[in-house]
Design a protein around this ligand. Structure first.
Ligand code: FE2
Length: 139
């Protein structure tokens, strides 16, 4: 089993977000496997870039949903996204400069972040969206 294995505990019962989270897990696992297989720097760098680009797109989708549904915890949630984005861009710069190898430590950091963020922060967003949609449908 991979380090980034999708599990139903991550389901937010929001098809679009769940789908994007599954894609993130798949891309992170692809990077993890390439690392384990000793793929070259160019291949790993490409996979890392793909993962980073997709993460940015995904964050912007989540943020648009939060805005649309007036999520009260949006500022703190966006701050979590920004902090990860900064950390990851820093990794990417170090990697591009040849000062970093993709390590298990990096992989575990990403895994723990995804695990925590999805099960706590994103779950709260999904709950808010459900109750807000319920309010709209009753209005
Ligand atoms: Fe999020």
């Amino acid at each position: 089993m991979g380090l980034f294995s999708w599990d139903d505990i991550y389901s937010l019962e929001h098809p679009q977000i769940d789908h994007e989270h599954q894609a993130l897990f798949a891309m992170a696992e692809e990077l993890h496997q390439a690392m384990l297989n000793g793929s070259g720097a160019a291949a790993l760098g490409g996979l890392l870039n793909n993962l980073i680009n997709y993460t940015q797109v995904h964050f912007s989708h989540e943020e648009a949903l939060m805005r649309r549904h007036g999520y009260p915890g949006m500022a703190a949630h966006v701050a979590e996204h920004r902090k990860l984005a900064e950390q990851v861009v820093d990794l990417q710069k170090k990697y591009a400069a040849g000062r970093l190898t993709i390590s298990m430590e990096t992989m575990h950091f990403l895994r723990d972040w995804l695990d925590r963020h999805i099960r706590r922060s994103d779950q709260l967003v999904a709950q808010h969206i459900r109750s807000h949609e319920g309010m709209l449908s009753r209005a």
